[in-house]
Design a protein. Structure first.
Length: 257
């Protein structure tokens, strides 16, 4: 997984039926290629641990749709253990612009940093010490603590002639708050119908005309989907988990094809 540490872009979300996903990806492959960091179909798994305060500051910032809001998460890609490299990331959003600042850190060190209150930044081998300092300041100011785990399978494509263009599809979205160890992999309750797919279009500037036209042709409508808030709502009993669909269908969605 590429260790890009600081980047800024627009991220547009859509919730589309699985059959529309199949048609859209077929068209995208004419101008885009599968993410080389995934398998042959650009697929990989993501497991993230999100943080919040006891009085839900992060949740409320997002739910109230503040112009400026931010989240803190610890993320691993694919199978992992305590010695695996993880991404410790601050995600900020101002209006529609998303800014991400992240540093590489072993999962065991990340746990030590948070769970043991060992905030001496010099003790940790990270790829970006400045960002670790920002994480420390953010978590201290908000009094953040581990809150919920979110996992899903992702298929990603990148533009061939437009390298800043990226389109991702997320399947099998699950959450749990009874086991916050992300090295245990994807598990939990489904919080999105498995017949639906979350699509995100990520660009540095504007969406290319050909892509805007294609999304219009397939009647893809933008929809604000906060994975974190939905998972917190489920943990608090405000929404019920979705039941798994036929295992063969779930497997097809998870693999991308």
């Amino acid at each position: 997984m590429e260790a890009l540490e600081i980047f800024q872009r627009y991220e547009l979300k859509y919730l589309i039926p699985y059959d529309v996903y199949e048609q859209v990806t077929e068209q995208l492959q004419k101008r885009m290629k599968f993410d080389p960091y995934g398998d042959e179909n650009g697929c990989y798994n993501i497991v993230s641990l999100y943080f919040d305060s006891k009085d839900d500051k992060i949740y409320n910032e997002t739910r109230n749709n503040l112009n400026f809001r931010q989240k803190l998460r610890l993320r691993v890609y694919g199978e992992s253990d305590l010695n695996s490299t993880s991404f410790l990331e601050i995600k900020q959003k101002y209006n529609r612009v998303v800014n991400k600042r992240r540093t590489l850190i072993t999962l065991s060190d990340a746990y030590d940093f948070f769970y043991n209150n060992a905030k001496n930044e010099a003790n940790y081998n990270v790829s970006n010490r400045q960002i670790l300092g920002e994480v420390n300041a953010f978590s201290s100011l908000y009094e953040l603590e581990p809150s919920v785990v979110v996992s899903y399978d992702r298929q990603a494509l990148a533009g061939i002639d437009e390298p800043d263009l990226r389109v991702t599809f997320d399947f099998n979205l699950m959450t749990r708050n009874d086991n916050l160890s992300i090295e245990d992999g994807p598990d939990g309750n489904l919080f999105v119908d498995q017949n639906m797919v979350i699509m995100e279009v990520k660009v540095s500037n504007s969406v290319p005309y050909w892509l805007s036209r294609m999304l219009s042709d397939y009647e893809c409508e933008r929809k604000s989907v906060s994975k974190f808030c939905t998972c917190i709502d489920m943990a608090n009993g405000l929404i019920k988990p979705y039941q798994p669909i036929n295992p063969q269908v779930a497997s097809a969605a998870g693999s991308g094809f």
